[in-house]
Ligand binder design. Structure first.
Ligand SMILES: [Zn+2]
Length: 377
């Protein structure tokens, strides 16, 4: 057994001070990898981008458990008085991924001191969560793609819930979502002779109505379409428009429903455009699948929380936002759970947000309890 002196608070503050955007996390990745090497581990670096993956093997054969933390930041200008506030103008750790990474490093330190008895624990530090790209890339990397993994766990800190409260759900924890941009092209003409052009005006309103009615076809699941932007032609009284753009966000708590919604949307848009003699250009943006928990793994989290005397909150509905840990959960069974950041804590992605250091120890204890459950110590 080796004694390891690791201060997760100081580490988090160091990450917080030098935040990096998705796909640009080179320095953060170097810092994390260097810390893992300090623990005596041998991390794989540049996995699926700036990802870091490290195995911690037990003394006997057994199951494999993967714990995942993200570590990218956001294009937000930090408004805090912290002495470790962002030194990178316009970039900040506004989602607490600095805390997620520090918590997982604390687990690494614990597991180096008291290794698992059986099997292997994989720690995955994932880049590019905010853009929904990192998890899929990490999972597809040769390092992970062929591995047999029995259990996957990850947490997200959750403002709005009491500090240390463990937030769980035995099925979908966070929704699938995607942006869609629909561009309709006709022909511009003089406003005095609109019949000489092809205006997308009516088709545009048909598309908007179709989008808002789309969830009605799936009454047994949670599904939601939010219109986020629309533009018809230009603000010029002399011109009949020849182009229109409609943008929306789609969400669902069920991956099959989500894919059906997308197919239905494409069919309807094509039909509307054909009727109006318009051409159409449709693109998807920032797609996330739903994070679907396994009931059994969710229960492992619940049992671990209760054994630590932590309060458990069962979500009635999934979170409407998305988390790309869903890509891990689509390949291997596991659970995403929340840890309360404080009822009145600033919300995620807000300029006054900072990860609550108090829950670092909670995350560490819970992860270690889950590891002990699957691997013994
Ligand atoms: Zn986040």
């Amino acid at each position: 057994m080796m004694a390891i002196d690791f201060d997760p608070l100081a580490f988090r503050h160091a990450l917080h001070q030098y935040p990096e955007l998705s796909n640009h996390e080179a320095q953060s990745a170097r810092t994390i990898a260097a810390q893992l090497r300090d623990f005596g581990l041998t991390p794989h670096t540049d996995v699926g981008g700036h990802g870091i993956v490290v195995d911690i093997a037990g003394r006997e054969p057994g199951p494999t458990t993967l714990l995942r933390a993200d570590f990218d930041a956001l294009p937000i200008h930090e408004h805090t008085q912290l002495d470790y506030a962002s030194c990178h103008d316009g970039i900040m750790h506004a989602c607490g991924h600095d805390g997620h990474a520090a918590a997982l490093l604390a687990v690494a330190a614990q597991l180096c001191q008291t290794p698992p008895k059986q099997g292997t624990v994989i720690l995955a530090f994932q880049p590019a969560e905010e853009t929904g790209e990192g998890a899929a890339r990490l999972c597809a990397d040769p390092l992970l793609v062929t591995r047999h993994i029995d259990n996957v766990y990850a947490f997200h800190n959750l403002p709005g819930f009491a500090q240390h409260k463990i937030v769980v759900r035995p099925s979908t924890f966070a929704c699938a979502s995607t942006g869609v941009a629909i561009r309709l092209y006709g022909k511009t003409s003089h406003a005095a002779y609109p019949e000489r052009g092809v205006s997308p005006a009516n088709a545009m309103s048909d598309v908007m109505r179709m989008l808002t009615q789309l969830p009605d076809a799936y009454p047994s699941t949670f599904s939601l379409v939010t219109l986020v932007h629309a533009q018809l032609g230009d603000p010029a009284f002399g011109v009949a428009p020849g182009e229109a753009t409609v943008m929306a966000t789609l969400r669902s708590d069920d991956n099959a429903t989500f894919h059906a919604m997308q197919t239905r949307l494409v069919d309807h848009v094509n039909a509307i455009a054909n009727r109006a003699k318009l051409t159409v250009d449709l693109s998807w943006h920032e797609p996330f699948i739903a994070a679907e928990n396994s009931t059994a793994h969710n229960q492992v989290v619940v049992n671990a929380a209760q054994s630590l005397g932590l309060e458990v909150h069962w979500l009635k509905e999934p979170m409407r936002w998305s988390e790309d840990v869903a890509e891990f959960l689509a390949r291997w069974p596991g659970a995403l759970f929340g840890i309360g950041s404080g009822e009145h804590h600033p919300q995620l992605h807000n300029p006054d947000y900072d990860f609550p250091d108090a829950i670092l120890a909670t995350a560490n204890a819970l992860f270690c309890r889950v590891i002990t459950h699957h691997h013994g110590r």
